[in-house]
Write a protein that binds this ligand. Structure first.
Ligand code: PMP
Ligand code: GLN
Length: 381
């Protein structure tokens, strides 16, 4: 492989899902739901195929979806966008992140990024020749340390790559925390790329605030989301980016050489999801909250220290309370001991000390699957 890939490990998600299959374990590793999103959205995709939406879509995305994304941002956040210049469709949030980084980050540019990192961020920053500057969210609370954020910004810093609600910690940054990020961004003239794929998966007592809605931020924020999490269509890989025309345009400049355009028949179906199934994410979040509580209580009963997440579909535990100082060996032994797969958080951190004892578990599985996993864990030696 090329030098630009040096040291980037294979994605942990594929590895852990293969391990679950191989060992017949319950897979609480990779985050994908085991119930699909609304049938009416599937029907809309089938209809689009039958109606002939089977050739290349426009590079920026089909107008119906760009307009639906603009309406979504207006409806939920009061954000007004021009769908012709300020919205682009991508092949999942993954491509949006890749194209944003490749389209914006120059070699040597520093990107401030929350650690633990979603794994594609570090890979893409490295592939672009950028440098990551971590701001570490630490157990047990995983809050943003504003002093650490300020200290991470230097003369070569040009971007903040933000993610809230945050995978893998389940932290939802508060308005106050986001205001601190915004103040730093404005003071140092930074562009914020914000991955908000879990925007609707937020639990009682917490609120998702898009950083682009804070004063001074609309003109310097590129916001990314996708249909995967909020509508339970992770396999569709349809995402979008919104923001100032110059930022979205830079993303599209890179995207045209990555995929050129994204899947044509899925786009009208995602437009349908955003407009006609707009209640689905709220109902999903309410349902997920019950499963969060089920998993967290069950994990606590096995003796793990559990951090109850504010959003996303991931919960983090500390394995030291169970006598496992090293979560990698805990997770390596788990398929054999209990028939369950979970992910060591060290995969998402550079900082070994901050992560050695932490494990991420997903609860986007049916209740009976979670109950099965918990019964297995309770019976483990
Ligand atoms: N960002 C984060 C934080 C995620 O958790 C995920 C999904 N695992 C993605 C991006 C990728 O989203 P998509 O499937 O739409 O590419
Ligand atoms: N986002 C999901 C997770 O964090 C999986 C994404 C992937 O498989 N790349 O588990």
């Amino acid at each position: 492989p090329a030098a630009r890939l040096a040291g980037i490990p294979p994605t942990v998600f594929a590895e852990m899902s293969a391990l679950a299959l191989r060992t017949g374990s319950v897979n609480l590793g990779q985050g994908f739901p085991d119930v699909d999103g609304p049938a009416s959205v599937v029907a809309a995709a089938a209809r689009a195929m039958e109606d002939g939406a089977n050739q290349y879509a426009p590079g920026w995305g089909v107008p119906a979806l760009r307009e639906a994304v603009a309406r979504h941002q207006q409806r939920h956040y009061g954000i007004t966008l021009d769908p012709t210049t300020e919205v682009a469709v991508t092949t999942g949030a993954t491509e949006a992140v890749a194209a944003a980084v490749l389209g914006l980050v120059d070699p040597g540019d520093e990107v401030v990024v929350l650690e633990p990192y979603y794994d594609s961020y570090t890979a893409m920053i490295q592939m672009a020749g950028g440098m990551r500057r971590p701001v570490t969210l630490r157990a047990p609370d995983f809050r943003l340390d504003v002093d650490e954020l300020r200290a991470a910004v230097g003369p070569r810093t040009r971007y903040v790559l933000l993610n809230s609600p945050h995978n893998p910690t389940g932290t939802v940054l508060t308005r106050t925390e986001l205001e601190a990020v915004a103040a730093v961004a404005v003071e140092h003239d930074l562009v914020v790329i914000t991955d908000e794929v879990y925007e609707h998966l937020v639990f009682t007592g917490h609120e998702h605030v898009p950083i682009s809605t804070l004063p001074g931020m609309a003109e310097r924020t590129l916001t990314i989301s996708s249909v995967g999490k909020s509508w339970s269509f992770t396999g569709w890989k349809v995402g979008w980016a919104t923001g100032p025309a110059a930022l979205v345009g830079a993303l599209v400049s890179a995207k045209q050489w990555l995929t050129f355009t994204s899947g044509a028949p899925l786009q009208p179906a995602v437009a349908w999801a955003l407009d006609e199934e707009s209640d689905f994410p709220r109902l999903l979040a309410a349902d997920l909250e019950g499963r969060r509580d089920l998993l967290c209580a069950g994990l606590a009963r096995t003796g793990l220290d559990v951090r109850v997440p504010e959003g996303t579909y991931f919960a983090v535990t500390d394995t030291r309370a169970l006598g496992w100082p090293d979560a990698r060996s805990f997770c390596a032994a788990l398929p054999e001991r209990a028939g369950v797969v979970a992910i060591p958080m060290a995969f998402f951190y550079d900082d070994e000390d901050a992560s050695r004892h932490l494990v991420r578990w997903t609860f986007c599985k049916r209740t009976e699957v979670l109950e099965d996993a918990l019964a297995r864990l309770a019976g483990a030696d």
